[in-house]
Design a protein around this ligand. Structure first.
Ligand SMILES: [Zn+2]
Ligand SMILES: [Zn+2]
Length: 559
């Protein structure tokens, strides 16, 4: 009896491939229809102006739910929100272990505590260089440099082939406060020709030539800027970039300044880093209530708000609304960060407020105060050389990044380059094939406390209201069709211009009264008919007056 169904290794991107954010992928092994699955990462994306009121967007786990009985575990590469932000919302439903390093585990635990969530996921420790087995998969975490501690690439070994899932990485030979990328291990993996290898690789900076500058270069620049500043210095950065925090703290120490810290995320994350022994040799940070006790030349303020968040420290300081911290003309503010697309305007507004007050603002445009945590083309080429993959699947990027990465892979002679998108089923081994759109994918919105599909959320209505405003009209008619009270009305979000001959509310009143008058009394006693007639009339008359169609709700009561 022959075995007609051979074992296959498949890769299914469920988020993050064709978009930046909400990374989640499944790897399946076994014959078609009886595969075992592991999931790598479970991230979120942040809602933008197109999703008013939505803070977080999560990948729809429909495909995982369909295969819930055959899923074995979730493995997290690192604790950036776009890789682990959805764990506490999505993973409890599966009741399966989550493998991650100590830092990621501590981040998950701290997040759970801050959101007052009870223990809802089982965390299993994962250490670099210590392979472990989950069903048919052997997994080894490999240290990579990135912009948060303990970022890992994963080597996933199965009987038909291997995968290096890079997660987010760069080839920084001199990171601050962590180990460099383990290039020796990647070279060993490449030299092992016993089974074919697929590289599932970060595409974020695939359109940029060269190498991402090292964290060391940033730390040299920060040293100089902090040493030369005559008065106070405030630095804002990503709270999770512990290496950067270390560089700032070292620069402060060298300049004989104390670090005052402001912002909950910074306190939380540096607390974790200190507990895990990552801040050795760094003096304790002072709390913001000590700010006023220090001389202007003896202080480095480390604060949150690098993305222009209105309630974060730097925004409140810029608006002179912070209860304990103020800056004066001649002080220096360093934005050791970049604005994530969508946040640029808010960040520039804060910088302008500071500049207008005579404060010296330094950004990555004027000094080497920030570097990306993702590989540029030179680093991608180097990883291909090291790992010698038979198959490349560009992930972690929008279409433009993915296709630039794919072209680079082909140019460098990788035999099979897969152009995948969310929802594709990619058979990696044997016989690499992409089956586009084979599985269900999508987004879930976290709307307040409610997790729902975009259709179930109120977003569509909110968008409509934001353009058309809302007019509510209420009128009572009696059995003989006479108006006994009203019309009463409320208008929200419509222009209200005083000195016009006829205001918008006059137009609504005229339209309501005119329509009621034009209906014969018999028809006027039919609430539904009156409702339709009024809605139509208001929309049309306000529409021609305003040049836009408002949203209209009419209530007709029969008494
Ligand atoms: Zn990351
Ligand atoms: Zn990422």
């Amino acid at each position: 009896m022959a075995n007609p169904r051979p074992d296959e290794l498949v890769f299914v991107p469920l988020g993050g491939v064709g978009e930046i954010g909400m990374n989640m992928a499944a790897y399946g092994f076994g014959p078609e229809r009886s595969r075992k699955w592991i999931v790598v990462d479970c991230g979120v994306t942040f809602g933008g102006p197109n999703e008013p009121g939505i803070e977080l967007i999560l990948p729809d786990p429909a495909f995982l739910e369909e295969n819930a009985d055959d899923i074995l575990a979730l493995i997290l590469t690192h604790s950036h929100e776009d890789h682990y932000g959805a764990v506490l919302d999505l993973w409890p439903a599966f009741d399966l272990p989550v493998y991650c390093t100590s830092f990621t585990a501590a981040m998950l635990t701290a997040k759970r505590a801050s959101e007052a969530i009870v223990e809802n996921v089982r965390i299993r420790p994962m250490a670099v260089g210590k392979p472990f087995t989950i069903g048919p998969f052997t997994i080894e975490a490999i240290n990579v440099a990135h912009s948060i501690p303990e970022s890992c690439a994963l080597l996933i070994t199965t009987p038909v082939g291997r995968v290096v899932h890079t997660g987010d990485w760069k080839l920084d030979p001199h990171p601050v406060g962590g180990q460099p990328t383990n290039v020796e291990r990647f070279a060993e993996i490449g030299n092992d020709r016993s089974s074919p290898l697929a590289l599932i690789c970060d595409s974020t900076n695939a359109m940029k030539e060269g190498q991402s500058p090292s964290e060391e270069e940033v730390s040299v620049a920060l040293d100089a800027l902090i040493a030369a500043a005559p008065y106070r210095i405030a630095v804002t950065t990503f709270a999770s970039n512990v290496g950067r925090v270390i560089a700032i703290a070292r620069a402060a120490q060298k300049a004989g300044r104390r670090v005052v810290m402001s912002g909950r995320a910074l306190h939380r994350i540096t607390g974790i880093a200190r507990e895990l022994g990552m801040l050795e040799g760094i003096e304790p940070f002072l709390d913001q209530h000590e700010y006023k006790t220090l001389a202007r030349s003896k202080i480095v303020l480390l604060c949150t708000g690098s993305q222009g968040e209105a309630r974060a420290a730097i925004a409140r300081i810029a608006r002179e609304e912070h209860p304990e911290i103020s800056l004066n003309a001649g002080d220096r503010v360093i934005f050791s960060s970049w604005a994530i697309p969508g946040n640029e305007r808010e960040v520039i507004d804060i910088q302008n407020l500071l500049i207008d007050r005579g404060i010296d603002v330094i950004t990555r445009d004027t000094a080497m105060v920030h570097t990306s945590g993702h590989p540029r083309r030179g680093e991608l080429r180097r990883l291909y050389e090291l790992t010698k993959p038979a198959v490349l699947v560009p992930v972690h990027g929008e279409a433009c990044h993915l296709e630039a990465h794919a072209a680079l892979g082909s140019e460098q002679g990788i035999e099979t380059v897969v152009h995948a998108r969310n929802g594709d089923m990619v058979r990696l081994f044997p016989n690499t094939t992409n089956f586009p759109g084979e599985v269900r994918v999508g987004e879930l919105y976290l709307d307040g406390n409610i997790l729902c599909t975009p259709d179930e959320s109120g977003v569509k209505g909110r968008r409509r209201l934001s353009f058309g405003g809302h007019i509510v009209v209420s009128v009572c008619v009696n059995a003989s069709g006479h108006v006994v009270s009203g019309p009463d009305m409320v208008m929200e979000g419509l222009p209200d211009v005083e000195d016009d001959d006829e205001s918008l509310s006059d137009v609504v009143k005229r339209s309501v009264n005119g329509t009621l008058k034009s209906l014969p009394p018999k028809r006027r006693s039919d609430p539904e008919l009156v409702n339709t007639a009024l809605t139509r009339a208001i929309r049309s008359e306000v529409g021609s007056y305003w040049g836009r169609k408002p949203n209209v709700s009419v209530f007709v009561h029969r008494v």
